[in-house]
Structures are given as structure tokens and as C-alpha cells.
Design a protein around this ligand. Structure first.
Ligand code: SAM
Ligand code: DTB
Ligand code: SF4
Length: 331
């Protein structure tokens, strides 16, 4: 277990052990005066990371659309009419794209498929993809839906570094968003990933009409996992027309920054990723998120199906903020 000390709302250390965080302690931090919250988040950030480095990941959708799950936010669910065209599983030739991403500074390549879980017949292709990207010297990440232990072990053997599987929101709000798989099933997949030795990337989405308590509970669940996830993507909902959340009201930016700060404070050693939704954020909001402890982003002009700021915009923002890409961690 990761021997990290947490602090409670008063700044007193909480010894490692389970559960490290409860809603009351987390909420007291979330509700601090904004300057106190940011100061504490930035202090913890500096104790654990170089404050002027941000890790760059690149995403690719290897199988788009036609997904049997009914996640209320997703353009790729066959339950909604988002107008997205479904595609078959890609072949391995995208490696040239991965090389370009690496040459532009990305250290991690994340491949996503719109599946409930991978079928056995697809595993050989997926394994070849991991091996191909690894051979370029990049870290590999996949997000393919639910995994059983055997599948996780096979991916580990192929050299997969990270697996992304989000809890998405609090256990309470989860059932308002997804009905085709349970919160517990999500936790089971996370356990299989962890037990196989693959690093866990797990976070969620804010701005889905949830309450503050749901954002806090989501982070409490993440921080209290047997080990906090190595990467914690915090997505701001990208409202997609034709989905149940297509008209959702956007989250107030200060609430979003508070969520990032709380994630940093509760999971001091994790990479907190300012994930989907950056095209709708001002430069100033992103700068505040970096100050609050976000230290990872997706680069490139597309996420899986939706837009992202792209290299030129991000390059210009990084120059203005004096931020540099994080080097790949030694293996
Ligand atoms: N199908 C796999 C799964 O659900 O595990 C992998 C891909 S799925 C698109 C990965 C994550 O992207 C979701 O869990 C969700 O947190 C995030 N996501 C999807 N659509 C989004 C949207 N419109 N806005 C923000 N985040 C989104
Ligand atoms: C995560 O938490 N966010 C990424 C990644 N994990 C796979 C995906 C964001 C998807 C945004 C909507 C889209 O591109 O369709
Ligand atoms: Fe399918 Fe993943 Fe989209 Fe849910 S989030 S509908 S599982 S692609």
C-alpha cells in the first residue's frame, strides 16, 4: 500500500489505514476559503511534483460508437441518437500516428474502445497494439470497458502500463447516469486491474447535474481505494446533442477548480488530469486548475470523438504559463 499521509480539515495528519477520508473531512477542505484551499493544494503539489511540469497523454479511439452501454453523457452509446457513425476495431497501422504524438512530446498513448468489455476474438489485436506502441518507447494505456482478471493479466503480459476505468460520479448519483452496469462492477474491474499489476487510471466527470456532495463522495471513493489511482482524470462534461445530458447546465468554474484542488489534496501522489472539456475553458480557468494541482492533460485536437484545444493552442498556453512537458518516468 502506498504509505502516504493525508491531512484532515484542520491540517492534522491522518495515518494510513482505511478509510483515510470521510465526507465530512473532505467537505471541510472543499469549503475552505478559495485562497486557503488553493494555497494548501499548491503546497501539497510542490511537496510531490515539479509545479511547472505537466504530463502529456494522447488519445485514440480504436473502436468508435455502437456501444451497448447507456452512459447518459456518451456520444458512443447505441441508446442515444448522437449521429455518430460506428466503426469496427482498427488494425494496427495507426502506429505512425503514435510516433507523431511521441515526437510532439506525448509520453503516454491511450487507446479507447466503445465496448462493454473486450471480446476474446479482439484480444490478439489489442495485444498487438500495446506491443507496437511500447516499441516506440511510450507508456501505454487502454480503456476497453470491464475486464476480468484473465484479460487484465493478458494485457499486463503484453506490457500495458495503465488501464483507464472511471467510476464517473458518486455511488448515489451513478444510477441516474448509467443503468447497464453497476458501480460495484466498476470497482470489480478496478480490482482486477490492480491485482494484475497494471497501474490504475480512474476518475470521473463533473457538470452532469450532480450536487457538490456527489463530487466530494466521488473523490472520497477514489482516495479510499486500496491504493489511490496513479492517474485521476477529472473530466468536465462535454454536452453531446442527442444524449440525455446534451442540455446539462455547465458547472460553475470555481466549483470545478475546487474539485481539482480537493483531488490534489486527497491524492497527493497521483497525476490529476485536467481531462475532457478544455475547449470550453478559458486560459485563466486552466491556469487556475494547474495552480490547484492538475498536472496532466490530453493533447491533440480530438479526444475520442469530441474536440480538444490542439497542439498550437496548448503550446501557446504552456509558453505563457512557463509550463513544460513532464518527461517520461524511468521504467
Ligand atoms: N467504453 C469504455 C468505458 O466506458 O470504460 C472506455 C471509453 S469511455 C468514453 C471513457 C470515459 O470518458 C468515461 O468513463 C467518461 O468518464 C469519459 N467521457 C465520455 N464521454 C464524455 C463526455 N461527453 N464528457 C466528459 N467525459 C466523457
Ligand atoms: C477519461 O477519463 N477521459 C477520456 C479518457 N478517459 C478515455 C475520454 C474523454 C472522452 C470525451 C468525449 C469524447 O471524446 O467522446
Ligand atoms: Fe460505452 Fe464507454 Fe460510452 Fe459508456 S462511456 S457508452 S461504456 S463507450
Amino acid at each position: 500500500m502506498n504509505p502516504q499521509l493525508h491531512v484532515d480539515a484542520t491540517g492534522e495528519p491522518i495515518s494510513p489505514g482505511s478509510p483515510q477520508w470521510n465526507r465530512e473531512a473532505a467537505q471541510a477542505v472543499y469549503d475552505l476559503p478559495f485562497n486557503d484551499l488553493l494555497f494548501r493544494a499548491q503546497t501539497i503539489h510542490r511537496e510531490n511534483f515539479d509545479p511547472n511540469r505537466v504530463q502529456l497523454s494522447r488519445l485514440l479511439s480504436i473502436k468508435t460508437g455502437g456501444c451497448p452501454e447507456d452512459c447518459g453523457y456518451c456520444s458512443q452509446s447505441s441508446h442515444h441518437q448522437s449521429g455518430l457513425k460506428a466503426s469496427k476495431l482498427m488494425e494496427v497501422q495507426f502506429i505512425a500516428e503514435a510516433r507523431k504524438a511521441r515526437d510532439a512530446g506525448a509520453t503516454r498513448y491511450c487507446m479507447g474502445a466503445a465496448w462493454r468489455s473486450p471480446k476474446e476474438r479482439d484480444m490478439d489485436t489489442v495485444v498487438a497494439m500495446v506491443e507496437g506502441v511500447k516499441a516506440l518507447g511510450m507508456e501505454t494505456c487502454m480503456t476497453l470497458g470491464m475486464l476480468d482478471l484473465g484479460q487484465a493479466q493478458r494485457l499486463k503480459q503484453a506490457g500495458l502500463d495503465y488501464y483507464n476505468h472511471n467510476i464517473d460520479t458518486s455511488e448515489r448519483y451513478y444510477r441516474e447516469i448509467i443503468s447497464t452496469r453497476t458501480f460495484t462492477e466498476r470497482l470489480d474491474t478496478l480490482a482486477n486491474v490492480r491485482d494484475s499489476g497494471i497501474k490504475v487510471c480512474c476518475g470521473g466527470i463533473v457538470g452532469m447535474g450532480e450536487e457538490k456532495a456527489d463530487r466530494i463522495d466521488m473523490l472520497v471513493t477514489l482516495a479510499n481505494l486500496p491504493e489511490p489511482p496513479d492517474s485521476v482524470p477529472i473530466n468536465m462534461l462535454i454536452p453531446i446533442e442527442g444524449t440525455p445530458l446534451g442540455e446539462a447546465e455547465s458547472i460553475e468554474p470555481i466549483e470545478f477548480v475546487r474539485t481539482i484542488a480537493l483531488a490534489r489534496i486527497m491524492m497527493p501522489k497521483s497525476h490529476v488530469r485536467l481531462s475532457a472539456g478544455r475547449t470550453a475553458m478559458s486560459d485563466e480557468m486552466q491556469a487556475l486548475c494547474f495552480f490547484a494541482g492538475a498536472n496532466s492533460i490530453f493533447v491533440g485536437d480530438t479526444l475520442l470523438t469530441a474536440g480538444n484545444p490542439g497542439e498550437d493552442k496548448d503550446g501557446a498556453l504552456f509558453r505563457r504559463l512557463g509550463i513544460k512537458p513532464m518527461e517520461r518516468e524511468a521504467q
